[in-house]
Design a protein around this ligand. Sequence first.
Ligand code: CP3
Length: 356
Amino acid sequence: MIKLKNDRFLKTIWGQPVDVTPIWIMRQAGRYLPEYRLVRQRAGDFMKLCKTPELACEVTLQPIHRFSLDAGIVFSDILTIPDAMGLGLHFIEGQGPRFEKKLRSVHDIKALGVPDPETHLGYVLETIRLVQHELDGKVPLIGFCGSPWTLATYMVEGQANKTFPMIQSMLREEPAALHVLLNLLAVAVQAHLNAQIKAGVQAVMLFDTWGGLLGDTHYRDFSLHYIQQVIAGLWRTYDEQRIPVLLFTKNGGQWLEWIAETGCDVIGVDWHVHLGDARKRVNKIALQGNMDPAILSQSPEHIQQAVQRILEEYGTGSGHVFNLGHGITPDVQPEQVAILVDAVHTLSRPYHQKGE
Ligand code: CP3
């Protein structure tokens, strides 16, 4: 068991008193950091960076060395699972991910296998072991995966896409085939998250970036159902530590009550949600978020005002992990992140004075 020097992140999740509100930032290791761009250049391409544990470890640690963040997240990508399933992933500069093979029929889907995490995704596990060795308990480390639905959107479209025409038509015309794929992905995601827990992460997060694309009923049947299946099979205690599950659904604010029933311990929310309202709706489950990432490109005063407003919306006591409502954008200056982290730690102190 790793003895943590800073355990605010875990404490707030379990509703225990904290001195100040903990913060980490989605995509905290990324292109806004000059030191990341250097290592990325050294690696040659993005997937090479993910697949070289020494380099992935180095970039995981970069934001933790630079800022007083309260958690780290392993450097990898949600699309490593489809890559390990044989779809052949590469990233095109300025255009995002591309798969060599696309899934277009039941036949394509039935030909897929579930990757074995140790064999096909061993580089992620090795990165985790290296990072934990280097971190030596400084802060907890978060492992992650995409939700089955979000992974399926990329696998069926073959690339990032704003309207998702292919998966929308598969959903209408071949729902049974889509369910076969989602089942397979649920098994793969669960196995990969459990392997990450075994390799040493202290929390796991599911990114359902595209769940909010769906209508109410479809969201429940094609996204939430499989998330629930994944969470039900996760190791919730490992090495004598409780392992929290964080679930982020972009544009999922209308479904917080359903999301709370999946068995997750933290609900990640975007900036469309009022944190105080969300707190009342999910009662006792911790929340993560939810500053609009665009504010981080503004003046120090605007950043501080936004932090103050979000802290006030949540109110006193533990149960809130500060974060953005989506990933940090490449145009942000590192100085702006330092201002954010400092503002959260300084301005949140009065909200934790009564040992809450
Ligand atoms: O948060 C972290 O610091 C850990 C690393 C991490 C990355 N991707 C690294 C990355 C995490 C947690 C992800 C998750 C991820 N990847 C999601 C879910 C979260 C979200 O943002 O909605 C999604 C949908 C992906 C898929 C993906 N990866 C896309 C669509 C892109 C291209 C768009 C873009 O931002 O460039 C990526 C590339 C990617 N993943 C980058 C990073 C740092 C940038 C690529 C580069 O360095 O060239």
